[in-house]
Design a protein around this ligand. Sequence first.
Ligand SMILES: Cc1cc2nc3c(=O)[nH]c(=O)nc-3n(C[C@H](O)[C@H](O)[C@H](O)COP(=O)(O)OP(=O)(O)OC[C@H]3O[C@@H](n4cnc5c(N)ncnc54)[C@H](O)[C@@H]3O)c2cc1C
Length: 374
Amino acid sequence: MKSYDVIVVGAGGIGTATMCELARRGLRVLGIDRFSPPHVRGSTHGETRIIRQAYFEHPDYVPLLWRTYEHWNELQQATGARLFTPCGLVEAGPTDGEVVAGVLRAAQEHTLEVEQLSADEIAKRWPALRLPDDMTAVFEPTAGYLLVERCVDVLLQQARQHGAELLADCGVIGWQASDKAVEVATSKGSYSAASMVVTAGAWAADLLDDLGVPLTVLRKTLFWYPAAGVERATELPAFLYEFDFGVPYGFPVIDGQLMKVAVHNGGAPVDDPLRSEDQVDSHELGVTQRFLSQCVVGAGDTPTVSSTCLYTMTPDSHFIVDRHPEHANVVFAAGLSGHGYKFAPVLGEALADLVVAGKSELSIDFLGLHRFKL
Ligand SMILES: Cc1cc2nc3c(=O)[nH]c(=O)nc-3n(C[C@H](O)[C@H](O)[C@H](O)COP(=O)(O)OP(=O)(O)OC[C@H]3O[C@@H](n4cnc5c(N)ncnc54)[C@H](O)[C@@H]3O)c2cc1C
């Protein structure tokens, strides 16, 4: 049986970043994935991911976001690849809603640059964007989007350059850990390592079933709408609006033709992520159509392309990043709850710290397993 320092189960969004960080530190790393990353069967595809710092979900994420920005910048500089576009982000909603109040709270607590904009100021800066009368808006200039498949590709290439190996199209069936080693059973035989990292996305609950964390997988639909009639569509910021009928968000046009729009809240529960159907969610379609008709002048009313992707939700919608309570050499990041990709390199760093030192100087305590009474 071939042996490694670390096996990373799941070489998707977080796994490839973790492989890269571990290999960069000189460890012998094997990543194993059921598919061939980047692929469209998990949670890390669909062209773009928003990255931002004034984090409405909780201000405690902000120090991790500062670090993740450093990582993305370093990766761009080291590889010459364009991964991050700082187009800014408009977030809008009722003053007392979750989004605007949360952005302002995070900005105030961490002294982040955020502008409050009126409806007139929005329409003046971006002629195609509208702000409904009952909403306020904030603009975060340092936010933007990541080209997600390219990021996975580049992280995987970097991991390989540092000596990591990838076993693709290979399912992990189970694992057993002792104090000194973890044995991983796969569809292509068994592998062993001193430590294991589980970054299995929508399948994390299967591989960590002994922990009993209730993870719920949701199917989400992404829509690409015709945008030839949208004024200065490539110069738009990313945007996210909190309505009572849903939380639509979207991106500037990046191919000159289509605008990607989706819905952050809701989603259809999926029992078996391997059998998740690539079908359009009619509720999410309706939310995006209603949003575009109210807030993006000139957007088409029927999407020409759609795709589905999976959110893996924890009960409180915050990530779980921790060591296995009974096996110190098993660490994991799970339940990224539909907002985890921007953190990929900093989570890779945190997981590598947990493998190497058993703890991390990064502020990840609030993401620990201890908050669930299992
Ligand atoms: C529609 C959508 C929009 C999003 N928008 C944003 C956004 O704007 N900003 C943001 O930061 N985040 C966003 N997210 C969330 C973010 O994309 C995810 O949190 C993140 O990509 C999840 O990465 P992951 O590594 O956990 O999962 P994945 O990338 O799915 O990786 C898990 C991998 O594990 C493999 N695997 C699982 N089980 C096994 C097994 N038994 N054997 C072998 N391999 C296995 C899978 O094949 C897969 O490749 C969005 C997600 C979706 C779906």
